[in-house]
Ligand binder design. Structure first.
Ligand SMILES: Nc1ncnc2c1ncn2[C@@H]1O[C@H](COP(=O)(O)OP(=O)(O)OP(=O)(O)O)[C@@H](O)[C@H]1O
Ligand SMILES: [Mg+2]
Length: 418
């Protein structure tokens, strides 16, 4: 073996490769230039591969790049040896370099074929792009679902809040209605008996003045109970077929006097409004309540607008009372329809105006609500259906004649819807 190696390095009796080319310069230098270029290229490629692998450490099968680098460097060395042996017959060294190159080539080739099945399972750039697009579509879908979920949650929260509000109003209405109903009957007894006493008194009696004060107090209390009954949807209604536009137009004159000269009154009445069954007096009273609220909200003056709109499919009409006043804070708006809720100073507001309006609209089968228009001021919208609900028979629980301390009423008490 050693003898074989020793003989491999022997250069005696060997001629350089140039002799075979008869030292013809064109052959010699073409070989030199070509082998130099190939060697330069072969040495630069591994540098590029090494740079790539060191920068992209996540690249799959990175060791294969190193294997290629060794193999290509060895190839470059064989071309350098080809130049060297043109002049120096170091064919043993050249053989050794070729042997190393051969082993590196075989190792790389075997590794490449072993690796091939695994390499083929790697996703191609097109597959990666498609997967990326699918992923982005899923993300967009999920984002849209998230937005829809948030909207549904907000809607549910709104619906729950509306339900809570309507349950609260219902509960307050039942309590208020029950109390006002009985209280109204008792007040009637008081008023009737005061009337009896007054009629029995001599004209010059000094008790007459005190009696009149008592009657005035009882009448004011009766007015309040009627407002409460209106909120509780238990006031007697007398609906008749009404041309609402005509009624608003004639009522507007009266309203002008009520709201004063600093406030401009505008009407925006939709033509072809269907006639509806509505209690005209209570309707006017509701509009008056809203107009007075609007006036109070515009101390410096402004515009009060009464607008009517038909509901879709001839289903009744809506009336909107808008002002350009101070508007309502959300917490005021949330409670404004409650009886006795007022922001006005003591003695200036009972807080029963809007609750009356609310009760009347509901008792007529419609609704009362605030409209958020984004404009300054407040807009209250009342709707009334074309077909008014059947008017319930006023149910009255008269005070029993046997109730201790009370005389039976001479006249039937004021009837209220039960
Ligand atoms: N057009 C409006 N602009 C601003 N706030 C209003 C308007 N209408 C009602 N409000 C608010 O709602 C509250 C309740 O109104 P509501 O009519 O029930 O009672 P009130 O006007 O205070 O008293 P009352 O009508 O019994 O004299 C008012 O105190 C006010 O704060
Ligand atoms: Mg009011």
């Amino acid at each position: 073996m050693l003898e074989l190696l020793r003989r491999l390095w022997e250069v005696e009796n060997l001629s350089p490769h140039g002799i075979c080319l008869l030292w013809r310069p064109e052959l010699i230098w073409t070989h030199v230039v070509s082998d130099s270029l190939i060697a330069f290229a072969y040495f630069s490629i591994p540098v590029g591969l090494a740079y790539f692998v060191s920068r992209r450490r996540d690249v799959a099968f990175g060791w294969m790049f190193w294997s290629f680098a060794v193999f290509i460097t060895a190839c470059g060395a064989t071309h350098l040896m080809a130049i060297w042996t043109l002049w120096v017959p170091d064919y043993g060294l050249e053989a050794a370099v070729k042997l190393i190159t051969g082993m590196a080539s075989i190792g790389t080739a075997v590794a490449l074929w072993v690796l091939m099945p695994k390499a083929l399972t790697l996703p191609s750039p097109t597959q990666l792009r498609q997967a990326n697009e699918a992923l982005q579509a899923r993300i967009a879908e999920r984002d849209a679902a998230l937005v829809a979920l948030e909207a549904a949650n907000a809607e549910r929260a709104r619906a729950e809040e509306a339900l809570r509000q309507s349950q609260k109003m219902e509960a307050i209405g039942q309590l208020t209605g029950g109390v006002a109903h009985d209280f109204n009957n008792l007040l009637n007894v008081v008023l009737l008996n005061l009337d009896r006493v007054e009629r029995g008194l001599p004209e010059a009696s000094p008790l007459r003045t005190r009696l009149r004060d008592a009657v005035k107090g009882a009448e004011r209390a009766a007015t309040m109970t009627h407002k409460l009954l209106a909120f509780a949807r238990r006031q007697p209604l007398s609906p008749v077929s009404t041309d609402v536009n005509a009624q608003i137009a004639s009522f507007a004159e009266f309203l002008r006097g009520t709201i004063g000269p600093r406030i401009r009154l505008e009407t925006d009445l939709a033509p072809n409004l269907p006639r509806v069954n509505i209690d005209p007096n209570q309707f006017e009273s509701a509009i008056l309540n809203l107009a007075v609220n609007a006036r109070d909200a515009m101390p410096e003056g402004g515009t009060l607008t009464l607008a009517t709109r038909p509901l879709p499919e001839g289903d009744g009409f809506a009336v909107e009372v808008s002002d350009t006043g101070i508007g309502m804070a959300p917490e005021v708006e949330a409670r404004a329809f409650e009886p006795f809720f007022t922001t006005k100073p003591l003695g200036q507001g009972t807080g029963l105006g809007l609750s009356q309006v609310f009760g009347f609209a509901q008792q007529s089968g419609g609704s009362a609500a605030f409209v958020r228009s984004g404009r300054p001021g407040t807009t209250v919208r009342l709707t009334f259906p074309a077909k008014a609900p059947a008017v319930s028979r006023p149910a009255v629980r008269p005070v029993p004649a046997t109730e201790p301390g009370l005389a039976p009423p001479l006249l039937p008490p004021v009837a209220v819807a039960g």
